[in-house]
Design a protein around this ligand. Structure first.
Ligand SMILES: *[C@@H]1O[C@H](CO)[C@@H](O)[C@H](O)[C@H]1NC(C)=O
Ligand SMILES: *[C@@H]1O[C@H](CO)[C@@H](O)[C@H](O)[C@H]1NC(C)=O
Ligand SMILES: *[C@@H]1O[C@H](CO)[C@@H](O)[C@H](O)[C@H]1NC(C)=O
Ligand SMILES: *[C@@H]1O[C@H](CO)[C@@H](O)[C@H](O)[C@H]1NC(C)=O
Ligand SMILES: *[C@@H]1O[C@H](CO)[C@@H](O)[C@H](O)[C@H]1NC(C)=O
Length: 953
């Protein structure tokens, strides 16, 4: 007997496990297994028979599964209709699994206990099943960012407990359903506070029956649809409303006057419609922060005086609205005012911003109006002012008469918390606490922030702080959060990349990711009020297991082995192809268009790539068009004599800066080819690297890596929100000097930059210097008037006087300009400021017998308040040698590098500290093409995840 129990006991126990589970719970078990059958990458549940026994992603109440949360798990496949077996389910969240496809099964309607249904950012298609109306307990329904099509099922009107309805960014069409006797409609959702329906294909009128005074709606987002007709008067009865977005539709007719009753509205967007009649009077909207009425067909009107009484106003957007008359001076004294955009109107008279203008004011854009004069009664408005295309700008060269160089963006990104940045392996990233880990990455989209000044870092420090505080109070396993890459996208959403770093380990487990994904998908996290409604889009998270890491390693080994084997086969193929090509080539050459030296080069033909182009990719015009949102205005981040610079996003998510030559500044095809050949050979960590080019459809474009933290100039002027201390300035000087020395001494042929200045030295995510725009200055020919004048204007103050007199260009001209930049680094003054030339100012003030050479007065206060400015005198000596009258008396760049390194040793800094892992990029191209680390196949960006926009000029 004893022996038999020995073998039976485990069996019995296993059996008992099933026995103790109530029969209904077996449905849970089966439901989950069916789910697992149709979805790849679910957790490994089969280990135990009871789903309530710590299955990942699952929570139970009374031995029944009540919550299933699998966010960002790379789930792949379809949602099984057997999901309906989980009959006690209250929360179902499969958000951020882009590879869940197919329909939402209609059996979802059997889950009548559901409270939260979140399927954000998957790839569901087909229609939303009518059975959704059976989910009477539902509080949140978030189906946004999928591919749902068809109409909103009218049954949604039966979800009488619904608080949150988000169907945004789908392909839904038809009218917005409202109830009529028999069929329910959206108007019945009187507990709902959120209707987020933007970016679909809804059409027809906004039904007047949709709104009533019973509603408690606070966020009504209908932008980017095909809605027509009038704004219904009934809207005025929904007095709880705080955010209204009707922009980017085809609404017409006059705006109902009772809109003014909506006294709680903070953000109102009526822009890009066809509204007519008088401009709405919003006198009553005392809480209005952000108003956009641009691009409508209102009757001609004089600038409304009541606007100046909107005490909370931060942002007034009234572009192209038939507005005329004078802009009243008291507008600018609204204390919170940040942005005033009144382009393309008929404003006239004198622009006067008065003596007490808002100290938050960042932008006044009055391009293309009829303004005749401009007075600043108060000195010192130095923020952006745009008056180009007004009578007062005729024949003027003031900066406010120029086409603006950059968009309203932020260069903010989280910096290390007092720790030395680390270089991480594989696909890990460095956390703000300088630990290497696999962060959970994604983007927060703020749909209607109440502010427009993206340059104020306090906003982001706020949100970062609130994310951290939230994570701590909810006991989420989070070490730190970094944010970066902030900008307004083409739908006026504020986008912000976040990285959430795990605490304790270097990666999250599934439970950790589910918990974080859910607080963001279910809106449990509430950002500070001024950010308004948001949604989150996560990137898939992979590193749950060692297998993932191993697979990463193996795939790279695989590529190497594959390449080696493939190489032999390729060689044979190439030989064969060679014979064929030889015959074809002659024919092609004859036929080839002489203007297009790449016409016969097919970049997709991997074997026959043009060998001279190291590391640079050839992009088609269509590709770049796609990556820049059709070269939209929103993506334009700068312009200059040569044309415009656009920000683009590669499919990998990486950002690029694209220089697009305008017709007048295009070169011959051969010259262009020579140039990209030259640029593509230049690789150095202190030079902005060329990613590729486009020579297609008559366009010439250069594609560069995007450098996130703006120019040295922006950083010195404090525009970016960083304080550069003396040590950091030394590192920047050293980086820029190394980049230049490489161009002069190691590049083959040597390259003279010709346009060294603080706006051409960009700072990467660790504030290391990268020199940009090298090799781009061209001899300026006749008939390039615009080009010449901007060039001269841009480089005055940096220009080598010897070169200016003799027209003889040498490397020493760059050395001169670099000397000026060094002086800028210590004084934070522009080279020519208030008529004074920085070189003269320092020469006059210098007294080598005194401490700090007696330069305290002219040093940048940011560093002069620092306790130790060790090495400053040596640095000044070096700068003064660089700006010697005669080139022959100036040091070579290589010597400049050595001397800055010496200064750093004096200060106790190791000049090679951060370059250890990347020193390989300091390479000698003169050794020829073989063995170059980059080629078309495995080209990688040298920068890590780019963070934000900047001026690329
Ligand atoms: C998963 O989705 C991504 C992006 O939508 C796609 O590129 C990828 O091919 C998909 N993977 C599979 C296995 O379908
Ligand atoms: C699901 O609900 C439908 C009615 O909506 C019903 O006919 C069906 O039997 C239910 N299925 C399950 C598995 O409960
Ligand atoms: C400005 O325009 C208004 C309306 O068109 C006109 O009445 C007024 O005289 C103009 N003022 C000036 C200074 O031109
Ligand atoms: C997941 O991670 C958390 C904290 O990081 C830990 O407490 C928990 O035990 C882990 N769960 C599993 C199943 O490993
Ligand atoms: C999810 O969100 C809804 C609506 O805000 C809320 O009632 C519910 O408590 C949240 N669920 C959890 C588990 O936090």
């Amino acid at each position: 007997m004893g022996g038999r129990t020995g073998t039976l006991l485990p069996l019995l126990l296993l059996f008992m496990q099933y026995l103790v589970i109530p029969l209904t719970a077996n449905d849970d078990f089966n439901g989950l297994l069916s789910l697992q059958d149709e979805l790849k990458n679910t957790p490994n549940w089969k280990a135990s028979a009871d789903p309530c026994d710590n299955w990942e992603g699952i929570r139970c109440t009374n031995s029944r599964v009540t919550s299933l949360i699998l966010t960002s798990m790379n789930l792949m496949g379809k949602l099984s209709s057997e999901i309906s077996q989980l009959s006690e389910l209250q929360t179902l969240d499969l958000s951020y699994n882009k590879n869940i496809t197919g329909q939402l099964p209609s059996s979802i309607g059997n889950l009548t206990n559901l409270i939260n249904l979140n399927l954000i950012g998957c790839s569901f298609s087909g229609s939303i099943p009518d059975t959704i109306g059976n989910l009477q307990q539902l509080i949140t329904l978030s189906l946004n960012n999928n591919s749902f099509s068809g109409r909103i099922p009218t049954s949604i009107g039966r979800l009488s407990n619904l608080y949150w309805l988000d169907l945004a960014e789908n392909q839904l069409d038809g009218p917005l359903p409202v109830s009529d006797g028999n069929t329910p409609g959206l108007d019945m959702l009187v507990k709902a506070k959120h209707f987020h329906l933007e970016k679909n294909k809804f059409s027809g009128k906004i039904p007047s029956e949709l709104f009533s005074s019973n509603m408690v709606l606070i966020h009504l987002l209908l932008s980017s649809n095909f809605l027509t007709g009038n704004i219904p008067e009934t809207l005025g009865s929904v007095t709880h409303l705080e955010v209204i977005r009707f922009d980017r539709n085809s609404l017409s007719g006059p705006v109902p006057s009772n809109l003014n009753d909506l006294v709680n509205v903070n953000e109102l967007y009526l822009s890009n419609n066809m509204l007519t009649g008088p401009i709405p009077d919003l006198t009553g909207m005392n809480n209005l922060h952000y108003v956009d009425m641009s691009n409508n067909s209102f009757d001609e009107f004089d600038f409304p005086p009541w606007i100046s009484s909107l005490e909370s106003l931060t942002t007034l957007m009234m572009e192209n609205t038939h507005c005329q008359g004078e802009v009243p001076v008291n507008l600018f004294s609204l204390t919170n005012l940040q942005t005033v955009v009144l382009r393309n109107n008929r404003l006239n008279g004198t622009l006067d911003i008065g003596t007490t203008y808002s100290n938050q004011l960042q932008l006044i854009d009055l391009q293309n109006n009829s303004i005749e004069s401009f007075t600043t009664r108060a000195k010192g408005y130095d923020k952006k002012l745009i008056l180009v295309e007004n009578p007062l700008c005729e024949n003027k060269v003031e900066s406010y008469c120029m086409v603006p160089q950059s968009k309203n963006t932020s260069t903010f990104s989280t910096l290390p918390n007092n720790c030395e940045p680390v270089n991480c392996n594989l696909d890990q990233d460095s956390s703000p606490n300088c630990k290497c880990a696999y962060p959970y990455k994604g983007t927060l989209f703020f749909r209607a922030p109440s502010f427009s000044d993206l340059g104020n870092p306090s906003y982001y420090i706020d949100i970062q702080g609130s994310l951290m505080k939230f994570a701590q109070s909810h006991k989420l396993p989070v070490d730190s959060v970094s944010i970066s890459n902030l900008f307004k996208d083409s739908s006026e959403n504020l986008e912000m990349s976040i990285q959430v770093f795990p605490s304790g380990q270097d990666r999250f487990n599934r439970t950790g990711i589910s918990n974080i994904g859910f607080v963001l998908s279910n809106q449990t996290f509430k950002p500070p009020d001024k950010f308004g409604p948001f949604y989150f889009k996560a990137m898939p998270y992979g590193p749950f297991s060692e297998e993932y890491i191993e697979s990463k390693k193996q795939s790279s080994i695989g590529v190497i082995i594959g390449a080696a084997i493939g190489g032999t086969v390729l060689l044979l193929l190439l030989l064969l192809a060679g014979f064929y090509a030889f015959h074809q080539k002659r024919r092609a050459e004859r036929a080839s268009d002489q203007l297009h030296p790449f016409a016969r080069w097919d970049p997709n033909n991997g074997s026959g790539g043009v060998p001279q182009l190291k590391g640079a990719r050839c992009f088609s015009f269509e590709e770049l068009k796609k990556y820049t949102n059709k070269f939209s205005e929103e993506n334009s981040i700068g312009s200059g004599g040569y044309g415009k610079v656009y920000l683009g996003t590669l499919p990998t998510g990486q950002l690029i800066a694209i220089k697009r030559a305008q017709k007048e500044s295009m070169q011959g095809g051969l010259e262009f080819k020579t140039e990209i050949e030259l640029l593509s050979r230049v690789h150095h960590k202190n030079l902005v690297s060329l990613v590729g080019f486009c020579f297609d459809q008559g366009e010439q474009m250069l594609v560069y890596e995007y450098v996130p933290n703006g120019s040295l100039k922006d950083n010195l002027s404090g525009k970016s929100g960083f304080r550069l201390d003396w040590m950091r300035r030394l590192k920047i000087a050293l980086g820029a000097a190394r980049g230049l020395a490489y161009l002069h001494e190691l590049a083959n042929p040597p390259i003279i930059h010709r346009d060294i200045k603080s706006t051409n030295i960009l700072l990467d995510e660790h504030l290391n210097a990268k020199v940009s725009d090298f090799g781009l200055s061209k001899p300026m020919g006749e008939g390039e008037k615009g080009h010449v004048s901007t060039q001269v204007k841009g480089t005055m103050g940096y220009m080598d006087p010897e070169y200016y007199m003799t027209q003889q260009l040498t490397e020493k001209s760059d050395v001169y300009s670099f000397g000026v930049v060094m002086l800028e680094l210590i004084t934070a003054r522009m080279p020519i400021e208030r008529g004074k030339y920085i070189v003269r100012v320092v020469q006059t003030a210098i007294d080598r017998t005194k401490d700090l050479y007696n330069l305290q007065e002219i040093l940048d206060p940011t560093i002069s308040l620092q306790t130790s400015l060790k090495g400053l005198e040596k640095f000044v000596d070096l700068a003064m040698r660089c700006v010697e009258e005669l080139g022959g008396n100036r040091p070579a760049m290589g010597d400049v590098v050595k001397e800055i390194e010496n200064v750093m040793h004096m200060v106790g800094l190791n000049p090679n500290a951060e370059s250890a892992s990347t020193s390989a990029s300091y390479e000698d191209v003169s050794k020829g093409n073989s063995g170059h680390p980059y080629n078309n196949e495995d080209f990688k960006y040298s920068g890590s995840f780019p963070t934000s926009k900047t001026d690329h000029q």
